[in-house]
Design a binder for this molecule. Sequence first.
Ligand code: SAH
Length: 398
Amino acid sequence: MEKKEIAERCPYVKKCGACHIGEKSYEEELAEKKKWVVDSIGKYCDKINDVAGMYYPYHYRNKVHAVFGRRLDKGKDEIIAGTYAEGTHTIIPIKDCLIEDAQASAIIQTVTGLVRSFGLWVYNEDTGRGLMRHVLVRKGTSTKQIMVVLVTASPEFPHKNHFVEKLRELHPEITTIVQNINGKQTTMVLGDRNKTLYGQGYIEDVLLGLRFRISPGSFYQVNSAQTQVLYKRAIQAAGLTGTETVIDAYCGIGTIGMCMHAKAGRVIGIELNEQAVKDAKANAKRNNLEHMHFVAADATEYMTHMSQKGERVDVIVMDPPRSGSTEAFVKAAASLRPGKVIYVSCNPETLGRDLGWFAGEGYIAGEAWPVDMFGFTANVEVVCSLHRKKSCPLPSGG
Ligand code: SAH
């Protein structure tokens, strides 16, 4: 798409700030992302490959969220849904986002129309009053299953059944509708309670031949096509032979570990979010993966506990949030004496810091493979392989 065409198709680009589409070509962007990765981790790595870009860098986001609000337009007070303009609490009503899934965007438009026509109250952040807070749509790219999550401030939802009926009538492609209750004055979108209003309460997607269940609150990569490119890299870098004990730390719903399972002896997934672990266990069962175990725990604490029991592992795969890992995690990981660590990162800067900690524990970074999962935004994913230096002494107590 040319810059002019983009400007015509997305009039919000300057105001919204969620992406920088139209500012440069996708090729220029990939080159800049590579430079960012090189600047951040170049001093630790032997080789940094070119960024694996997307085949079609538009409408790739399988998770779309909008916040409800009101605005005065030509003297008329109307309900809108959209995204907060960068760094503000002003809602920009976005109709057709170029990076979000088009079907999900259309559903959000319909939900907003229904909120208006059913006369539902929109939540007001300042007063804490009102009902409708957010709408979240998640789609399984391969299965085409679609989940709509309606986030409300309280459990009472007037005309709920009629609302659901109407929404399903207008979008028969929706496979499940969930009400999530978030009564807290917080910037977090989801609260702790979910009520399934229609369908199973979760969707499924297929990655590398395995089927995964995704609940409203579980982390799932937003770009399914590139996730498979990323995971293939991680699997290749792990170089498994069928006998290894592997830890998948920060495992979410268990996707990376399960994709490695066929090549490993045993895989242990560690994840803090209990809803994600529930999904992970169900996922292992439905894919008949017998040597896959999950624990709901802080990864550092659990690995420390394993090490104190004298356990050792062969490979640790880790995929922490944007803030990266911690020095305590790196020490706990090293105490299990893995021959290899495969670091999957969504932030080259925290990756650089963490590679420094790994170097301190005798782990040397080799090759890195950047993968673009988030076209037209300032994010890039990197798989980086590390190995233990031969001369590396046993940690104290190890
Ligand atoms: N590997 C997964 C998820 C990565 S996102 C995937 O590819 O889909 C990072 C995950 O780390 C989130 O699910 C988050 O809940 C989890 N997490 C954050 N801090 C953690 C900790 N201290 N211990 C274990 N898991 C943690």
